[in-house]
Design a protein. Sequence first.
Length: 176
Amino acid sequence: MKAARFDASSAECLVFTRKAGLLAGVGHDLKLRVERFEVAIDPDRLRGRFDSASLRVICARVGGQDAPGALSERDCRDIEATIIREVLDARRHPWIEFLADLPVLAGPDDARLEGSLAILGRERRQTISVRREGDRAVVEASIHQPEFGIRPYTAMLGALRVRPDVAVRLTVPWPE
């Protein structure tokens, strides 16, 4: 594999949260975009750095589908501020980083990468899947927030909360 570099101008990183709790019906699943990141692929490793202060709300989701307009601009700003200040503590922990050695190949169009993911200063082993979709690589991972010291967001005395597992999807040009 040749060396390659990607950022938000050539790739897309999305985060998906899901709601839970007794009052989940009044909350929203969310689709977020990481607006500043860099991914470097070298012949023997992959390194990703994601700016924890750059998450932006794209839209709410209903039934697994995008629901544009379900959130006001103010709602979006409030959610973003909460993520940056309270959930990810971006001032103290500005970067989320992933480092993986050679992939364990599963086939010509898919792979599994095992590496080290660092969030809020805590490092954990993380497995991510990679599959080819046309001329793009789709990288997916499920992150269990409590493993990194993240207490999933709660409201209304815990009757509305974010599920502890969030999904991350990174789409980049398929590296040859």
